[in-house]
Design a protein around this ligand. Sequence first.
Ligand SMILES: C[S@@+](CC[C@H](N)C(=O)[O-])C[C@H]1O[C@@H](n2cnc3c(N)ncnc32)[C@H](O)[C@@H]1O
Length: 262
Amino acid sequence: MAFSKQWLALREQSDHAARDAQLLTKAVEAAGENPVIVDLGSGTGSTVRALEPFLPEGAEWRLVDNDDSLLEVAGAELGDRASLHRLDISDLEKLPLENATLVTASALIDLVSRQWLENFVEKVQVPVYFALSYDGVMNWMPENSLDNSITQAFNNHQRSDKGFGSALGPDSVSVAEEVFKSAGFDVFTAPSSWQLGPAEEELQQALVQGIAEAALETGQQDAVFWAEIRTSQARETDCTIGHGDILALPKDFELGAQHAKT
Ligand SMILES: C[S@@+](CC[C@H](N)C(=O)[O-])C[C@H]1O[C@@H](n2cnc3c(N)ncnc32)[C@H](O)[C@@H]1O
């Protein structure tokens, strides 16, 4: 499925504000003193921009995405700070994981299937930091009597196949927690919900359009009317869009140990 660079740019500020700061700090620490970070579904490099201020100089990034136009934007900004890998991540064998010290992703694991995640976890032996996965909860103020049915329709759409089999959608963080734990990882999770107000009117409007289109595809005809109201009210609306972050550390991985050894 395609994501436009305009949409990714529009959401980036709210994404960065929503990331759980403690988990981000732990992820940076887990990457070690000479970080080699593989970012899956990198888009234009939002995760690089979120983490780079906290990383030691010279961190190596490998950005993986199947959309050339997004990688091109990332490459133009990051130059030789990142290598670009145009790959379909459903083919796990091709992921450039060699010598990686951290694997990251943002707004990605709600798209993948349980099977993909289980296969991925079998393959990975380093810390994994997945941020900003949609968790199925949306709250709007002022409320609208259609909010719940639209959320339900949108969540059903989130569970449809996004190229990996049935998507985890709203269950992604809880399923990832379960899968990593049963593979022996230590797992930390934290909420990272978007808090949007009138200042994010443009993002709200684009979000409402996206939600309504998805809901309509599931047969929820009221989505058009709901979108008209929500779009016209965006300047007076506050909303919370639930997301979650997860950090999984391989068994016996000690945060800070890399620093102690050098
Ligand atoms: C919601 S966007 C998030 C982008 C970026 N991580 C961010 O936070 O701005 C999901 C990204 O995953 C990529 N993607 C989706 N399916 C993919 C696949 N099968 N292989 C590689 N990348 C994929 C999309 O092209 C897109 O860049």
